[in-house]
Design a binder for this molecule. Structure first.
Ligand code: MEV
Length: 419
């Protein structure tokens, strides 16, 4: 069985790392070249993706190693600008390997389409009228996307809520649509628009908004992990991690940063696979406050043996068909590296990476603090900005860290001295 664990991976050159990843994921020479190029995205493709294109914007793409998800080793492509994210995810995944890695699950990929109905005299009475017509509403929705239905997707249910607002009561219809391997925005929005005239007809009301909700509570991905107290450095570390988590659970100010750390893991994979990062961010943070209090997306507990157990559950509207995932050449390769066949598999891996990233952050915060690990990486960024590369870069980084003098001016001074 393939292993995602390599010693000294970070010491290799990008091309050497790519060759290893290429072997792991069976990438062709062309695919490797595409990843390696300055921007794997040619201008014509870019011009077809968004409007008013003037160029492309490249980000570093790294690979987090050591991940085992549901017993299978995985390399995780991450597109991100922040130093230490890829290293931290890899470290956490390494700690987790001892106890089997990450285990995941998810709901069916059911998205919500919202229809806002206003101007009805008796909202609760109207609610019942809509629900009586559920079959017909579902039929109209499914007529919009026969292919989705043929493959087992389509609308699965309907909810009707009456909400109180500053302009009075409104009737809000939720179409629950299984969008299979698509993120689903197009399918859901098309259905919501198509069914609205019928809803107006049966209710006498006026439909206003018809749009997907990013609070995808029926499309959840979950991951869990267990870490032996030994792998963490003892039971005191477990206790400190739980105290750190308790802070995030209780306090929205801390929860926001805690969840930012989770997003440090999640968003780079979402981006690398060409998915909509904003959809994932908004869904995650809305879900983190679903009880009325914004809180941590992860939960950390001590088990009966004094080991640490952690879990995460969050909305995960990612797709494998449609959108940039199928258009961006590097996104296609990222999907190939992940070796996944369904959007749910992708979502579950992303949840596992979020959990790993949070573990790395809270372990560092609970013990040595975040700065120590960051310093070396920060020094690397500064030395690069100063103009250094190769062996000279390594020399400058080492000296700055040893002397605890990690400043751009000093990086420039050392570069001038040694170049
Ligand atoms: C930094 O990008 C992320 C952290 O602040 C996350 C956290 O505090 O949990 C380290």
């Amino acid at each position: 069985m393939k292993s995602s664990s390599y010693s000294g991976f970070y010491k290799l050159s990008p091309r050497e790392r790519l060759d290893i990843v290429g072997e792991f994921a069976n990438l062709s020479e062309d695919e490797k070249d595409l990843v390696f190029k300055q921007s794997g995205l040619d201008i014509d493709t870019a011009n077809n993706m968004i409007e008013n294109v003037i160029g492309t914007f490249a980000l570093p793409m790294g690979v987090a190693i050591n991940f085992k998800v549901n017993g299978v080793d995985k390399l995780i492509p991450m597109a991100v600008e922040e130093p230490s994210v890829v290293a931290a995810a890899s470290n956490a995944a390494k700690m987790a390997r001892d106890s089997g890695g990450f285990f995941t699950s998810s709901t069916d990929p059911v998205m919500i389409g919202q229809i806002q109905l206003i101007g009805v005299e008796n909202p609760k009475y109207t609610r019942n009228i809509i629900l009586e017509n559920k079959e017909k509403i579902m039929e109209i929705c499914n007529e919009q996307d026969p292919v989705l239905v043929e493959f087992g997707g389509g609308i699965v249910d309907l909810d009707v809520r009456v909400i109180d607002t500053i302009v009075g009561e409104m009737v809000i219809i939720h179409l629950k649509v299984n969008t299979l391997d698509a993120m689903g925005a197009n399918a859901v929005n098309t259905m919501a628009e198509a069914v609205s005239p019928f809803i107006e007809e049966i209710t006498g009301g006026k439909v206003q908004l018809r749009i997907l909700s990013n609070l995808a509570i029926y499309r959840l991905a979950r991951a869990r992990v267990k870490l032996s107290k030994e792998s963490l450095g003892g039971e005191e570390v477990v206790d400190k991690i739980i105290e750190t988590y308790a802070f995030a659970k209780a306090d929205p100010f801390r929860a926001a940063t805690n969840n930012k750390g989770i997003m440090n893991g999640i968003i780079p994979v979402v981006a690398a696979t060409g998915n909509d990062t904003r959809a994932i961010e908004s869904g995650a943070h809305a879900y983190a406050s679903i009880t009325g209090q914004y809180t941590s997306l992860t939960v950390w507990e001590k088990d009966i043996n004094g080991d640490l157990v952690g879990s995460i559950e969050l909305p995960m509207a990612v797709g494998l068909v449609g959108g940039a995932t199928k258009v961006h050449p590097v996104a296609k390769i990222a999907v190939k590296i992940l070796d996944i066949k369904t959007a749910n598999e992708l979502g579950e891996i992303i949840a596992a990476v979020g959990l790993a990233q949070n573990l790395a952050a809270i372990k560092a915060l609970a013990t040595e603090g975040i700065q120590r690990g960051h310093m070396g990486l920060h020094a690397r960024t500064l030395a690069t900005v100063a103009g250094a590369s190769g062996d000279l870069l390594e020399k400058i980084v080492k000296q700055m860290v040893e002397e605890k003098n990690v400043r751009l001016e000093y990086a420039k001074e050392l570069y001038e001295k040694y170049k």
